[in-house]
Design a protein around this ligand. Structure first.
Ligand code: DC
Length: 233
């Protein structure tokens, strides 16, 4: 087991719309940990790429582009801002178009490598809750605590639809459920770091369950882990 200086590394993976962001934010708050939304990092890269109109089929161009990207998460007062090459892109990265583009660019090797190293740097000292698709399998396979959060496609689509319409996006429920399903397929079927449950992850079905209930279960698993680590010392 790796000695972390400031607490555990907690991984929360799962498909889109399973409630990862809400759960990760609240779990991090309860534990006094930092939250790292790795999906937001991939979205920031997608935004940067859309601005320069890069040819995604040209691996050399993509690789050289990825060498110069700097993506940071700035968490203050419970809100998270996403900075890409110094620009605050938070308000541009959650449209349906950006979601689909992110799912495409996140399958590219140079993008994944750049983000993996950035995420390892951000989380290596512990005291972090990282949410994504490949945290427990690839980025931190030695994370002390791993969860795999999922829910039915209909429920995930309904949640996404509520989020998008709340922000004033013009979308239909049917299109949103289709988008969520399409993204899941892309994310699970890609060759590199596909969405998959780590063998040692605790599966959590959030369908029809209140956030508080999911959090209580996770905090109980955290306490259990801490006690085990204490007795193993
Ligand atoms: O969690 P999200 O919906 O914001 O993620 C956006 C996209 O980024 C998602 O379609 C898959 C990709 N992603 C990834 O490939 N690996 C991660 N660790 C996080 C997100």
């Amino acid at each position: 087991m790796i000695e972390r200086t400031r607490g555990l590394v907690i991984a929360i993976d799962g498909p889109s719309g399973a409630g990862k962001s809400t759960i990760a934010r609240q779990l991090a708050t309860r534990l006094g940990y930092k939250q790292i939304d790795t999906g937001a990092m991939y979205r920031a890269v997608a935004y940067l790429m859309s601005q320069v109109g890069i040819d995604l089929a040209n691996e050399e161009k993509v690789a050289s582009f990825c060498k110069d990207i700097d993506v940071r998460l700035d968490c203050r007062n419970g809100t998270q801002r996403v900075l890409a090459n110094g620009k605050d892109v938070t308000d541009y990265i959650r449209t349906p178009e950006m979601s689909l583009l992110t799912s495409r660019i996140s399958a590219l090797r140079p993008v994944r490598e750049a983000m993996m190293w950035a995420q390892r740097r951000m989380g290596r000292d512990g005291g972090v809750v990282l949410e994504g698709r490949d945290i427990g399998t690839v980025v931190f396979p030695d994370a002390e605590l791993k969860f795999f959060l999922y829910a039915s496609p209909e429920e995930r689509g309904i949640r996404r639809f509520a989020e998008l319409t709340h922000k004033g996006e013009q979308v239909t429920l049917e299109d949103t459920i289709n988008d969520v399903t399409r993204r899941d397929e892309q994310d699970s079927q890609r060759d590199l770091a596909p969405l998959r449950q780590a063998e040692d992850a605790i599966p959590v079905d959030s369908s029809g369950i209140a956030v508080e209930e999911v959090l209580d279960m996770m905090v109980a698993a955290f306490m259990d882990k801490m006690n085990k680590m204490e007795t193993e010392k």
